[in-house]
Design a protein. Structure first.
Length: 98
C-alpha cells in the first residue's frame, strides 16, 4: 500500500464527525465542517466510526485506507482507481480531488 502524502497532509488530525452513504457515494464529514466524498464500489458498506482522528492515508488501486488514531484502519473500496475522492472545506472550496 502506498502513502497518499498529499491527502494525508490535508486531512491528518481531522476528526470524523459523521458519515452518510447514499447508493455509491460515501460522505465523511469532519469536525471543522469540511466533507470528503468518495465514489465507492458497488456493494461497499459504510463502516466509519465518528469521533476518531485520521492519522494518515494510504491508497493503491481501488483501495483507500484511512489510518485512524484509535479505531484501526478504515478500508474504503473506491469505484475507480482515480476520480473517486473529493474534499471540500466548510465553505465548499475544493481542497483535494483525485
Amino acid at each position: 500500500m502506498h502513502s497518499n502524502q498529499k491527502l494525508t497532509r490535508i486531512i491528518a488530525g481531522r476528526t470524523v464527525s459523521g458519515t452518510t452513504q447514499a447508493d455509491n457515494l460515501l460522505t465523511l464529514t469532519f469536525d471543522d465542517g469540511s466533507a470528503m466524498r468518495v465514489k465507492v464500489a458497488a456493494g461497499y458498506t459504510n463502516t466509519a466510526v465518528a469521533g476518531d482522528k485520521i492519522v494518515k492515508v494510504q491508497q493503491q488501486g481501488t483501495t483507500l485506507l484511512l489510518d485512524m488514531e484509535t479505531g484501526g484502519p478504515l478500508k474504503i473500496d473506491t469505484a475507480e482507481a482515480t476520480s473517486s475522492v473529493m474534499l471540500r472545506d466548510k465553505a465548499g472550496k475544493l481542497e483535494y480531488a483525485d
